[in-house]
Design a protein around this ligand. Structure first.
Ligand SMILES: O=C1CCCN[C@@H]1CCCn1cnc2ccccc2c1=O
Length: 503
C-alpha cells in the first residue's frame, strides 16, 4: 500500500493512523494500546532526549534509574492521591505458576518509588537541592480509545523529581522545567503551545499547583496537554517523611517538584504538520534532513552519478546535516520521491544528467513544495540555511493556524458556537477554585453541543468528547477591565481562562 488512503481534512483519525504506518514510524501490536516504535519515530525521541539532557546539565539535574516495580503498600501510601488513578494501575500477581504473596505494581509514575529513597538521602539542608531525572517507560492501563503516541498503555517519558529547602526554589524549578517543555514544542517540534496554570479541578491532586503547556490540533479542533510540571508543595514530604535540618538546626519538610514529557510529543508533531502526502518533519528532529536521489536513465548511469552525489553527501555531512544518498537500483526516482515525501524528509536533492553538466542540483522543499536549482559549489551551507528557514517557517505557519482558532468570548451565547468552529475559547473566569462552575461549563457545553448537532440523548462516551474543559489559565493574561463578569457564573472575573474540547 504505497499511497495514503485518507485526506487529512476528510477523515483525520484515519489519515493519522495511515501516515504513522506508511512513514514507518509505528507498527501495530497484538496487545491493545501497545505499539512498536520503529526507528523513524524512535530517532525523534532520541533527538529530543539529546537536547533535553543538554539542558538538564545547565539546571544541575542528574539522570538516574529507579526500579520498574512498586509494592502495593508504597503505591497506596496516601489513599486519596492514588484513588482516582487506581483503575489504571497494572499489577504483577504471579511468577510462573506461583502466586506472589503481595501483588506488585508496574510504575505508572515514580513518586512513590523515589521518595522513600529521598527520605533516606535528605537529612541536612546541605543535601538540598536534590534534582533527579529518569528516562523510562511507564504503564497506565487506560480505557479511553488508545491512539499511537497520544494515548497508549505503555509510553516513554522523562520524569523529573526535585527536593528543595524553600517553596521559592521549588517554584523556580517548576517554571524552568515548563520552559524546557515550551522549547521542546516550539523550537524543536515547531508546535506553538500556551503555558499556564491548571485549575484546581484539573491539577494533579497529589500536588500543590500544576502548570502545563497546551497545544492545538487543527485537524480535530482539539487541544492537547503537551507536558506538565507540578509544584508538589510539602505534600509528599509529609507523606514520605522527607525532612532536613536547616541552617538554624530546625527540622523542616522539603519542598518538591515533579515534571514529565512523553512520546505524546511525536504524535502532536505528526498531527500538526502532516499533510496529504504524509509526514512533514521539522528539520531539528528529522532523522534525515536531506535525501539525495539520482535520476538514473540511459543519459545518466549509476557510476557517473555516484561520485557527484557522494561529494554532495560528504559536503552535507561535514556540516552535521543528517543526509542520505539513496542509490538503490531496484527503485525508480518516482518511487523514491513518494517514499521520502511520506517520511517527511525536509529537503530532497535531485541529480539528473543536466544537473551534472551544469554542476548544479534541483532541490525540493517538503513542507511547501518549493523547487529550485542550486549550484553544487557551497551547497552544504545553503542547505543548512534552508533547514533553519524551514524550521522557522513551519513554526510560524502552525502559530498562525493556532491563533486563528483562539476566540476571545465574553458572553455565554458565543461559547458553544465557537467550539463548533473548532475554536479554543478564551473567556473571563471567576477563578480556578470554582470547580462547581467549571463542572457547569463542562455539562452545559456538552448539552448545547449535542443540541446544536441534533444529537440529544447521545450515549455518555460520545457526549463527553464534545464537552469543553479548562485547558489552563494562561500565564500571558490579556487586559481584564474592571467589572468584567465571569462568562458562566456572572461573578466578578479574576482572570482569563482558556477552554476547549481536548484529547
Ligand atoms: O504528571 C507527572 C509528571 C511526572 C511525574 N509524575 C507526575 C504526576 C503523575 C500523576 N499520576 C498520573 N497517573 C497515575 C496513574 C496511576 C497511579 C498514579 C498516577 C499519578 O500519580
Amino acid at each position: 500500500l504505497l499511497a495514503l488512503q485518507w485526506k487529512k481534512e476528510e477523515n483525520f483519525p484515519m489519515w493519522y493512523s495511515d501516515v504513522i504506518v506508511l512513514s514507518e514510524m509505528i507498527s501495530y501490536y497484538d496487545i491493545s494500546g501497545c505499539y512498536i516504535l520503529r526507528p523513524w519515530s524512535y530517532k525523534i525521541w532520541d533527538l529530543i532526549q539529546q537536547w533535553f539532557n543538554e539542558q538538564l546539565l545547565d539546571l544541575d539535574v542528574e539522570n538516574c534509574y529507579f526500579p520498574l516495580f512498586v509494592s502495593q503498600d508504597r503505591l497506596e501510601k496516601e489513599k486519596d492521591h492514588v484513588e482516582g488513578f487506581a483503575p489504571e494501575v497494572a499489577w504483577v500477581t504471579k511468577s510462573g505458576e506461583t502466586e506472589l504473596a503481595q501483588q506488585i505494581a508496574i510504575r505508572p509514575t515514580s513518586e512513590t518509588i523515589m521518595y522513600p529513597a529521598f527520605s533516606d538521602w535528605i537529612k541536612s539542608h546541605r543535601d538540598l537541592p536534590l534534582k533527579l531525572n529518569q528516562w523510562s517507560n511507564v504503564v497506565r492501563w487506560e480505557f479511553k480509545d488508545p491512539t499511537p503516541f497520544l494515548r497508549s498503555r505503555e509510553f516513554l517519558w522523562q520524569e523529573g523529581h526535585t527536593a528543595h529547602a524553600t517553596y521559592e526554589d521549588a517554584d523556580k524549578m517548576v517554571m524552568q522545567a515548563l520552559d524546557l517543555y515550551k522549547q521542546v514544542y516550539q523550537d524543536l517540534l515547531c508546535v506553538p503551545v500556551v503555558p499556564g496554570y491548571k485549575t484546581e479541578k484539573e491539577k494533579f491532586a497529589g500536588g500543590h499547583m500544576t502548570t502545563t503547556v497546551e497545544a492545538y490540533i487543527a485537524g480535530s479542533g482539539r487541544a492537547i496537554q503537551g507536558a506538565t510540571s507540578h509544584n508538589l508543595g510539602q505534600n509528599f514530604g509529609k507523606m514520605f517523611d522527607i525532612k532536613f535540618q536547616d541552617e538554624k538546626g530546625e527540622t523542616k519538610i522539603a519542598w518538591q517538584t515533579s515534571w514529565g514529557l512523553t512520546t505524546r510529543t511525536i504524535g502532536v508533531m505528526v498531527m500538526v504538520h502532516g499533510d496529504d502526502k504524509g509526514l512533514v518533519m521539522p528539520p531539528k528532529v528529522s532523522p534525515l534532513q536531506a535525501v539525495i536521489v539520482p535520476i538514473i536513465s540511459k543519459k545518466l548511469t549509476g557510476e557517473t552519478a555516484d561520485p557527484y552525489c557522494k561529494a554532495i553527501l560528504k559536503d552535507l555531512r561535514k556540516l552535521g546535516i543528517r543526509a542520505k544518498y539513496d542509490d538503490r537500483a531496484m527503485y525508480n526516482p518516482g518511487w523514491k520521491y513518494n517514499h521520502w515525501e511520506q517520511k517527511g524528509v525536509p529537503i530532497r536533492i535531485e541529480v539528473g544528467p543536466m544537473d551534472i553538466e551544469k554542476k548544479q542540483t534541483r532541490i525540493v522543499i517538503r513542507h511547501n513544495g518549493e523547487k529550485m536549482d542550486l549550484p553544487v559549489e557551497g551547497l552544504g551551507s545553503v542547505i543548512a540555511t534552508k533547514l533553519e528557514e524551514i524550521q522557522k517557517t513551519m513554526f510560524e505557519k502552525a502559530l498562525k493556524a493556532r491563533d486563528e482558532h483562539i476566540a476571545k468570548v465574553t458572553e455565554w451565547k458565543d461559547f458553544v458556537p465557537n467550539l463548533e468552529l473548532n475554536n479554543l475559547v478564551l473567556t473571563p473566569w471567576c477563578g480556578g477554585e470554582h470547580q462547581d462552575w467549571e463542572e457547569w461549563v463542562k455539562k452545559t457545553s456538552r448539552e448545547e453541543s449535542l443540541k446544536a448537532r441534533g444529537e440529544e440523548g447521545e450515549d455518555e462516551r460520545t457526549a463527553t468528547s464534545v464537552a469543553a474543559k479548562t485547558l489552563c489559565i494562561p500565564f500571558d493574561q490579556p487586559e481584564l477591565p474592571e467589572g468584567t463578569k465571569c462568562i458562566a457564573s456572572g461573578l466578578p472575573a479574576t482572570c482569563w481562562c482558556l477552554w476547549g474540547r481536548s484529547y
